[in-house]
Write a protein that binds this ligand. Structure first.
Ligand code: ZN
Length: 149
């Protein structure tokens, strides 16, 4: 049998993650090597390789949640803009399990380095990520209740 990829393990609760949203189809959690604060990855719980084979219902859920996470990140971190990216193709993907990145960007900061220079391997790493995940979760709940969002 094929070895399980990291995202299959996360969706089976076999690996720790900093969850910000979950429903029957999908799971959203913080990237532990963030491009900016709150950088979130959204995956289907079921394994799909890339955009060519993911089913439409699950893909719709992912895009709708991308929108909500975009609003949450912009609201919490005051970003100038949000980038949503997905890479398809076996040779191009770091992890061969469909995923979408949602992260904020400011015009001046981080212009030459995509990854934050913060040391997330320190002792504070888990608490910092936990705090950010909590903030996003709270904001998503507010967004869910407020139709004006
Ligand atoms: Zn997988």
């Amino acid at each position: 049998m094929k070895k399980k990829d990291v995202f299959c393990k996360i969706s089976n609760n076999e690996l720790q993650n900093y969850k910000v949203f979950e429903n029957d189809n999908i799971l959203a959690f913080l990237d532990i090597e963030p491009f900016s604060e709150g950088h979130t990855i959204i995956i289907p719980k079921k394994h799909f390789n890339d955009i060519e084979d993911i089913n439409d219902e699950v893909l719709s859920d992912i895009m709708i949640v991308s929108k909500k996470i975009s609003k949450a990140l912009k609201n919490i971190f005051n970003y100038d803009g949000i980038i949503i990216h997905h890479v398809s193709g076996e040779k191009m993907q770091d992890i061969r399990h469909f995923h979408v990145h949602v992260y904020g960007k400011n015009i001046v900061a981080h212009q030459n380095n995509l990854h934050l220079k913060k040391d997330y391997s320190s002792k504070d790493k888990q608490n910092a990520l936990k705090d950010i995940a909590e903030k996003i979760k709270k904001k998503l709940n507010m967004i869910a209740m407020d139709k004006s969002y």
